[in-house]
Design a protein around this ligand. Structure first.
Ligand SMILES: Cc1cc2nc3c(=O)[nH]c(=O)nc-3n(C[C@H](O)[C@H](O)[C@H](O)COP(=O)(O)OP(=O)(O)OC[C@H]3O[C@@H](n4cnc5c(N)ncnc54)[C@H](O)[C@@H]3O)c2cc1C
Length: 326
């Protein structure tokens, strides 16, 4: 039986532990902090899930990940996704994900301005809004717990408060590094940048808001809003933060909060755009927002989920497990 050590118990480390333990490996998951800390990238209550990506390759990965979430829900008997729908806003019909969704036979609908407004979303003038009924949210906190429990119930061990200085320090056949913003401390040549991003919360009551993603130039998401079970709405700007040292504490950026509030006022006019809370979260980013999933001898690196990785965790976990057992 292969002995695999995993460094980092964020969503990627936990998904990898689950995938490896399911394949019969002897797994030890090391986390430098307590398990439910908020100093990395995976804390908080919700993340957007969507199959909508303008690039068909990402749609495929999102579908594979979606199957993994369904498997985790079955295995743990817990509901983790809330598929309340997602509205994507883009500057032209060609810039939306409609063609990529259609190529995979996935349900979606281009909305008229009136239809978008009836859903509470006000697109910029001349823009296109596409509804993906199967988009929505993953309950991030519940998903983190479920991944860990599924891994533990299949025999994985977890060591919290276990800071790993180097992969060489671990007695294992293979070491998987899923250290998020700290990855370069363990594998220095991983080509990533770390930034501290700000998300803001807004008060809203009633049934969960559908998720909203506004695409920027180049097809990446630029601004987003989603349901938050505590306050009502969570919203943020993609890549508005400055480069950060993950070991230093950081405060929410007031300018970003104001920008998000103004966007919310324009795009979700039924929501009160006075922020009620804000927090930060670390992005670990590659230049093209793709993931690093590599094997280098005894070390496997999984990194750079670039602000959109959570939804892909079951896919990332499976790939890293395959690399570790190869
Ligand atoms: C503001 C924000 C909004 C986002 N929104 C979305 C969204 O809507 N949809 C979506 O799909 N994704 C979203 N994401 C992205 C997603 O949350 C991340 O891709 C994901 O959480 C990354 O997880 P991770 O496991 O790589 O990193 P982390 O969660 O940071 O985990 C890494 C872990 O490794 C531990 N560690 C590091 N070094 C060591 C060491 N030497 N020894 C032991 N342990 C160590 C750390 O303490 C940490 O717990 C968002 C991210 C942010 C920041």
């Amino acid at each position: 039986m292969k002995r695999v050590a995993i460094v980092g118990a964020g969503v990627m480390g936990r998904a990898t532990a689950w995938a490896l333990a399911s394949r019969g490996a002897e797994v030890t998951l090391h986390e430098q902090f307590e398990l439910e800390h908020d100093r990395g990238s995976s804390h908080g209550r919700t993340r957007i899930v969507r199959l909508s990506y303008p690039d068909s390759e990402w749609v495929e990965l999102a579908l594979e990940a979606r199957a993994g979430w369904a498997e985790l829900e079955r295995e743990t008997g817990r509901a983790l996704l809330d598929l309340v729908g997602l509205v994507e806003l883009a500057s032209s019909p060609e810039a939306t994900s409609a063609a990529a969704l259609a190529a995979h036979g996935l349900e979606h609908r281009v909305l008229s301005e009136g239809e978008a407004r009836a859903l509470g979303v006000a697109p910029p003038e001349g823009w296109t809004a596409v509804l993906e009924p199967t988009g929505g949210i993953v309950h991030a906190d519940l998903a983190m717990r479920a991944l860990l429990d599924a891994a533990l119930s299949r025999g994985a061990r977890v060591e919290a408060g276990s800071h790993v200085e180097s992969p060489d320090a671990l007695d294992a056949d293979v070491v998987v590094v899923t250290a998020g913003a700290w990855v370069r401390r363990l594998v220095p040549d991983v080509p990533v940048q770390v930034t501290r991003e700000t998300v803001a919360y807004f008060a809203r009551e009633g049934p969960p808001l559908l998720s909203v993603v506004e695409l920027g130039e180049g097809g990446g998401h630029l601004l987003f809003a989603l349901h938050d079970p505590r306050f009502g709405v969570k919203a943020g700007v993609h890549h508005a933060g400055v480069e950060a040292d993950p070991d230093e504490a950081g405060e929410p950026d007031g300018d970003v909060v104001r920008r998000v509030a103004e966007w919310l006022r324009l795009r979700l006019p039924d929501v009160d755009s006075s922020p009620v809370a804000a927090e930060t979260c670390l992005y670990t980013t590659t230049a093209d927002e793709r993931f690093v999933l590599d094997r280098r001898g005894r070390v496997v690196v999984g990194s750079a989920c670039s602000g959109h990785g959570f939804k892909f965790a079951p896919f990332v976990g499976r790939r890293l497990a395959e690399l570790a057992l190869a």
